[in-house]
Write a protein of this length. Sequence first.
Lengths: 332, 330
Amino acid sequence: MSIDAPSHLDLPEHVRRFPFPFPHDRYMYSVNVEPGRNPSQTAAGRWGERILEVDGFYLQDLEARAAVLDRDPSRAAQMSHMRPGVWGALHLVLTELAVTYPEWMAYERHGDRCRWTNRLQQLQTDFIVGADYSLPEGPLRFLSTQVQDDFALLNLREGALWLDAGVITFAADWSMGFDVGLPFSEIHGPVPRAADLGVIDRAEQFLLNLQPGDPYRRTNWTMTVDRRMDTSTESYPEWAQDRSLVVTDPALPDRLHLRVEVQHLIKVPTTGDLLFLVRTHLLSLRELAAVPAWGRRLAEVLRTLPEDLADYKGIARYRDAAARWLQEADAA
Amino acid sequence: MTSEVLTAYRRPLPLRRGLELVVREVRTESLGVCSVVLERESRGPLPEYVPGSHVLVECAAPTGTTVNAYSLTGSGNSPVDYAISVQFRAGGTGGSAFIHGLVPGDRVQVSLPRNGFAPTATATHHVLVAGGIGITPVLSHAEAAVRWGRPFTVLYGYRDGSAPHLERMRRLCGERLVECVGREALARQLTESLRRQPMGTHLYVCGSGSLTDATLQTARDFGWPEGRLHHEVFDTVALDPGEPFTVRLARSGGELPVPSGVSLLEALEVEGIGVPNLCRQGVCGECRLSVTAGTPVHRDSFLSPAEKSSNTCLMPCVSRSEGPILEVDL
């Protein structure tokens, strides 16, 4: 085992904070959940001490989300019975932001009257919990303007979890409009092998038993061409062909990104709904290869990934080219 | 409502991870029922909770410390105090006597709120049935239902002169409250009410065991689906601290004690023996250890039944030992 030179202090912040997701050379689905706020060491630095991460892409990501929502309002969806859950989620997220970033954010609440301050957006707004009219765009959309995370709310009833509200603008090839109103088990139906491995059932069982105040997290990953946040099913025609074109593009190491989702799972205290936060991080192969242990690990994962998983993740066309470039970069 | 959940006392995890609160107020609610209002010493906000939640309360009784579960009577929205109401029971293990003996300024250890009796978001209507002190979680439900404009009806059965929170229920519910004085009146009203309810109505009941059974049976007789029937369940699974045992390390030869209330994984970590782990709840499979001698008590949901019965592996984050010694491959 070789040791990376301690040059990682020279690496940019977003590399040092990147949630590199592979503990092993081979990847397979598992219920890879762990307590939230656990610092996680990587070869380049660390991540995970906080639930909500505000970074250098904050304004850029929020602008991208607003543009997606303008084009396609169906990315925000809420069933009528989710009003209490959405307000509960907003309160939870604003509280967490203010505690994590007191230099930028402040949240005051007296009874149901609230004041929210966000200096990164030169924003100060007053609203009343439970009164949808008190926020011009309503609590669901407002929440999506304050955090880089996409989010979904799952309602617990009849012993199952139902995706009944959320704003998903940066989906990794799935569709909020399609999945809203479906139970957890059906949403995960297309994931190859996962059901046979018992992963879906165990994950749902775990989520059903989650207690408020006990945030958990997991990572998921795929790859994306360019720094494109919106790779939803709806925008498929815009990005699908890049997956073939990139294979022969000399700019492949700069265009191809490892896409990691840090997903947090938190019970909304007032309703018991499950808040599912999805924060997307992108790192190009070239940036990744600057950390030799990461480059080698990802090359191995891509080389050994079973065909059906590569197909499902949509990386089958270019994964060999990506692994080859990483191996060559490591040898150089 | 109350239920005794533990007699031989070791402070269980939910209480260790709970809150130390101060008694602000004690008042008599009705004959034999007192309400206790608890707050933080700082008077700061307390964790919010789902309507119908309960807290576990550590009760120091002369015969030993016990842990009782008591429903919270607020809506759960942005609370600055937790209020419970407790019926005095002469023959109990001393929990209710402890609560009734509290005075302002006393300190009490409570768990974070837990819930097994949450409203159903998609219900078209809630029928909430309470008998006597069983009104406490129903009060919490009614508070939240009024707040969010959810349609509901309360059937409140009580004995004449002993109806905790009756005035508050009347003010809160208005015509949505149906009062039944005595067991028979409540039974007649149940038959009347459960016979005709709109599609999508959910039934919630809290009271004595016999009231709960009778209510659920009446509903079933009228063809209510099981999924729409709810009764209060106090979650006690997480409480079981297990028996102490000794773990023997097969490869390094050492032995370590695993006290009651401490997981095998924690006991190993204390001695600097790290086992890779993620969820610490027996679902992810990451911390699996090979067992080389002894019989595990499996409490996880990861291993298959065949793996469990083979006695060759266990998940140390939740599982323990059947006998005094368990040997693992470390």
